[in-house]
Each structure stands twice: as C-alpha cells, then as structure tokens.
Design a protein around this ligand. Structure first.
Ligand code: BGC
Length: 268
C-alpha cells in the first residue's frame, strides 16, 4: 500500500498563494489533506485556489496572515485551528527576496528578508510545535506527532553575491531546522527542509523568462532544465507523509544538480 496519502491530516502552508507554496497546497489537497492556504496580500489568487481545490472534492481555506510578526502568526494559527480543529503538518514556506549589492543593502532590505524568511519560519514552527503537543499523538492520522518542513534553498549552501540577506536567512534556517530536529525528535516531531534550486516561480522570473537568461541559468543546472513548482511539491509530499517516517533533520536538495559545482565539469 502506498503511504503517499495525507488522508485525515491537516496542513498549514505559509506563502501558499503562489509558486512552490501553491503547488504544495494543491498536491497535499489532492493527497487528501485539508489545507490552509496562507497568503499575505494576494487575496484573489488564494480564494481562486481554494475554489479549485473544493471543486475537485478537496478541503481548503484561505487565511491571510503576516508570518513575520508574532501577532500575524498568532492570528493565522488561531484561524487555522478554528477551520480545521488542529494541524498535523506545517510547511514553513513564505519567503521573499530584496536583492542588493552588499554595501547598497539597506538595513530595511536586510530586516525584511530575515524577518520573513528566518524569523517568520521560527514563529510558525514554534506555534506548530505547541499545537502538536496540545493535540497528542494519533497514530490513525500519522506515525509522527507532527511534521514541519522548512522551505530553504540551495543558498543555504551556495554563497550568493548580491543576496547577502537571503543567503544569511537560508543558512540560518539550516541550523534552525537541524537544532529543532535534534531537540524535538524524542517527542516524535519530524523536522526537515527542502532546498529548491531554480524553480519557475514569481520570485525569480527574470532568471528564466527570456531566452538569454534561461541559457545562462541552464549553465548552472547539470540536469538541463529549470525546475517546476510541482517538482518540489512531490518531494514535499513524500517528506511529510509516513513513507518518510524515519527521515529526521535532513535537507533534501531539489535542484537538478545545482549544488554539484557544474563549473568544475571542465575546470579544477
Ligand atoms: C531563489 C531563486 C534562485 C534560486 C537558484 C532560490 O532560492 O529564490 O531566486 O533562482 O534559488 O539560485
């Protein structure tokens, strides 16, 4: 029997109105989970998604919320509890870029990215762990008490000129994830991360939407294609399902080989 089902489970996906979050929410709903589609400002897209999921027989709710603040996070979780009665899975996914050369990077650019990509994930993870504990283990739903999956990036490992804030946030996320995994595994809370490479989403449109940009980008991807949000969603589904029950504290790179130093194919 395939364990790639999330029937009876409840998932909260932050930053779910576009890109990887959107594909993940849709994949989870197809796998039988009830999903909270969290969004910051794209009300229309989030509502459309929810409508589509429901039309296909799934369960979904759109909930606005700014994960980078304590109040935003509290409201988001309170509403998620009201809609679903509990949560079994958190996909801490919301992320932004605010790129600038190092000395041109303002404190505001720095804070914005750290606040959303690192602090926001910390706040949501904390709220999720507290909720998992309140609920207790229900092995009918899942072998784990709860699952948290962080959306990291290849830039938790690859330095990225012009993106110091983003790389610092993702590097921080790597050890946040590992530390939480070490601390919480005894409670049967499974914590992992995905590290996508170049995926066709609104965050990096300029990197793939012209022929020239695409050609340059492909130089960095041994597998020879730019990723699709569904490539990541499929891996995320496996990582929160019972099929990966023994996977704890791992980052899964989903990047077509981007972290393999492709420029060394001919050099070194
Ligand atoms: C960034 C994208 C970038 C990709 C590969 C991601 O984490 O958000 O903008 O294309 O990494 O560099």
């Amino acid at each position: 029997m395939s364990g790639l089902t999330l029937t009876g489970q409840r998932a909260l996906i932050t930053g779910a109105s576009s890109g990887i979050g959107q594909a993940t929410a849709c994949a989870f709903a197809r796998a039988g989970a009830a999903v909270i589609v969290n969004y910051l400002s794209d009300d229309q897209e989030a509502r459309q998604m929810v409508e589509d999921i429901r039309r296909d027989g799934g369960t979904a709710y759109a909930v606005q919320g700014d994960v980078s603040t304590e109040e935003g996070c509290e409201t988001l979780f309170a509403q998620a509890m009201e809609k679903l009665g509990g949560i079994d899975i958190l996909i801490a996914n919301a992320g932004v870029q605010s790129d600038a050369a190092f000395t041109a990077m303002s404190l505001e650019d720095w804070r914005k990215v750290i606040d959303v990509n690192l602090t926001g994930q910390f706040l949501c993870a904390k709220a999720a762990v507290e909720q998992f504990r309140r609920q207790g283990l229900d092995t009918q739903r899942s072998r784990a008490l709860g699952k948290i999956l962080f959306t990291s990036s290849v830039h938790q490992a690859i330095p990225w000129a012009g993106h110091a804030n983003y790389a610092a946030a993702k590097g921080g996320l790597k050890l946040l994830m590992q530390t939480m995994a070490q601390e919480l595994a005894p409670e049967k809370i499974r914590i992992n991360a995905i590290a996508p490479g170049a995926i066709k989403t609104p965050i990096n449109t300029e990197a793939w939407d012209s022929e020239e940009a695409r050609r340059e980008l492909l130089e960095l991807i041994p597998y020879g294609r730019v990723g699709e949000p569904e490539d990541v969603a499929r891996a995320a589904l496996w990582l929160v399902s019972d099929e990966s029950d023994y996977v704890v504290g791992t980052t899964l790179f989903i990047d077509g080989g981007m972290v393999l130093y492709p420029s060394f194919r001919e050099g070194g």
